[in-house]
Design a protein around this ligand. Structure first.
Ligand code: HEM
Length: 498
């Protein structure tokens, strides 16, 4: 009996690698070139490498396979990367029922467990961002600016003409969180430390929850999620803070109806209006609010920090930018029209996003059916596809001297007749995909661009900035596909003496 068992065990042990190899060879993804090892089990070594050295692996793939596809390993799946104008355009054109952004996000972030199933059902916040937030930018700008000023005064303490060293990334994230939440929930909540902490930490909670879910077998996920997903607590605590505000607004709406003259013009009110008479939307308001914070805070906080590092490293950019801001403000006052006229500032932000960005990939899609790309690549249903954003942005074919940070690259291009809007910060194209491109391009980018330019303009008008080690911009950190400005760097701030 024992002999038979050992015999069977030996057969099983010998057969397992053969079966694994056969499955690997039969998998249609096998035909897509791999960066790093692709054989079964060895691909985990590749996944470790990708976690720490994504920049080099993406560069290698782009150099070898530009205009086609390659794949890189994550711990639980392959990521198929497409590049070149033709394929990016092809990916953009696929309808949602063939290549889905929503389901790709669901898979990569385990949204059902991290945000909660309600976040998948009814994404009415996207239309609210598109329709209400973007159309109210001009009206809301004074509030954003007021909050920026309040936040800088509160968080960056300078004395006379002394230089103060500021640990920039966490401070910029806080300022963005306050300025954004001035428009999401208004005063005093946008200054409430407990609420801000929850809104800021929600992103890390989602990341942690995602790691926990990826380590859990699918069958056990619903149970593990119930007890170990940190977002559940964050949502509960946020509900505790925001529910009285929601109830107060519902009461005012009932009592005053169309005569409610002081009706707030903010994200929470727009979401409430959209949820009126819809119980499930009302129940999910806080999830939606946190979802908007997730999309807005770290993306914008990292972006303004990237730009500020360039300013502090190359202080000769300060004068032309400051001159532009001062001249436009003197003529126009602090309006949205004024921000639009600041071409150099807009160009500076766009160039910073081009050479840094917040992610090395964009246009994330899940193939819902087999896709056949024009270069002959066959992508099987169930595959996650992305575009090589950073490498596209660093390609000399699209951007002369692409590796150079040329702050006024885009404002110079805009001076050519007919090119005025094409090179704005918010314009997307197959060559500029920091905000995605096409149907799912970031709907919050108009708000983000306004807020970030208002923050930079505020810094230019009110502070001198520099690095302690002058002229040296700290290296960005790459963690898998995420790109983060050095989280430890400090910038020196000195209040300008008017
Ligand atoms: C500098 C800041 C930002 C960056 C770099 C950024 C970037 C992006 C990117 C790359 C996408 C995915 C596009 C795609 O794969 O096709 C996206 C989607 C999205 N962003 Fe942003 N974003 C920023 C700020 C914001 C803000 C402030 C909001 C909200 C107020 C927002 C809300 C969203 C939403 C809701 C989506 C999903 C769109 C959809 O489902 O169709 N983002 N963003």
């Amino acid at each position: 009996m024992i002999a038979i068992s050992i015999y069977h065990l030996c057969i099983a042990l010998c057969a397992a690698p053969i079966v694994l190899l056969f499955e690997w060879w039969r998998n249609p993804l096998h035909k897509i070139p791999t960066i790093g090892p692709s054989a079964p089990l060895l691909s985990y070594i590749g996944a470790f490498r990708f976690f720490y050295h994504a920049r080099e692996m993406m560069q290698e793939g782009y150099t070898k396979y530009k205009g086609s596809t390659f794949k890189v390993p994550l711990f639980d799946r392959w990521l198929v990367v497409v590049s070149g104008r033709t394929l990016i355009e092809e990916l953009r054109r696929y309808p949602d029922d063939q290549a889905s952004f929503d389901l790709a996000s669901q898979e990569l972030l385990q949204i059902k467990y991290t945000f909660g199933p309600e976040a998948l059902d009814d994404q009415y916040h996207i239309d609210v961002i598109r329709e209400k937030l973007s159309r109210n930018l001009g009206t809301l700008l004074p509030d954003v600016q007021d909050e920026i000023q309040h936040a800088f005064d509160h968080l960056i303490r300078t004395e006379g003409d002394e230089w103060t060293s500021v640990h920039v990334l966490p401070i910029m994230i806080q300022i963005v969180a306050r300025a954004s939440n001035r428009i999401f929930v208004g005063v005093p909540y946008c200054r409430d430390d407990a609420y801000l902490k929850l809104a800021i930490n929600y992103t890390m909670d989602v990341v942690k929850g995602n790691i926990i879910m990826n380590l859990t077998p699918p069958l056990l996920r619903p149970i593990i999620a119930r007890y170990f997903i940190p977002t559940a607590k964050t949502k509960r605590l946020t509900r505790g803070i925001i529910t009285p505000l929601i109830e107060e607004r519902q009461r005012s709406q009932q009592e005053q109806g169309a005569n409610w003259n002081e009706k707030p013009n903010d994200m929470l009110m727009w979401l409430l209006d959209e949820a009126e008479g819809n119980d499930s939307r009302l129940r999910n308001l806080v999830t939606m609010l946190l979802g908007v914070n997730f999309a807005a805070i770290h993306t914008s906080g990292n972006s303004v920090t990237h730009a500020l590092y360039h300013l502090a490293a190359q202080t000769d950019y300060i004068q032309p930018l400051r001159e532009e801001v001062e001249t436009v403000i003197a003529k126009e006052g602090w309006t949205r029209a004024a921000l639009i006229k600041m071409w150099k500032l807009d160009s500076f932000m766009k160039e910073s996003q081009r050479v840094n960005g917040v992610s090395s990939t964009s246009l994330t899609r899940l193939a819902l059916q087999d896709l056949h790309l024009s270069d002959g690549t066959h992508i099987p249903a169930g595959t996650i596809i992305v575009v090589a954003a950073s490498d596209t942005h660093m390609d000399n074919e699209y951007y002369p001297d692409a590796s150079e940070f040329d702050p006024f690259r885009f404002s110079k291009l805009r001076e050519v007749a007919g090119e005025g809007t094409k090179h704005q910060f918010v314009s997307t194209s197959v060559d500029y995909i920091s905000f995605g491109h096409g149907k799912h391009a970031c709907p919050g980018r108009f708000f983000a661009a306004n807020e970030l330019k208002a923050m930079l303009a505020y810094i230019l008008l009110n502070y001198d900035v520099k690095f302690e080690r002058e002229g040296v911009r700290p290296e960005n950190k790459w963690v898998a596909t995420a790109i983060i400005p050095d989280p430890t760097a400090k910038v020196m701030f000195r209040k300008r003496q008017q």
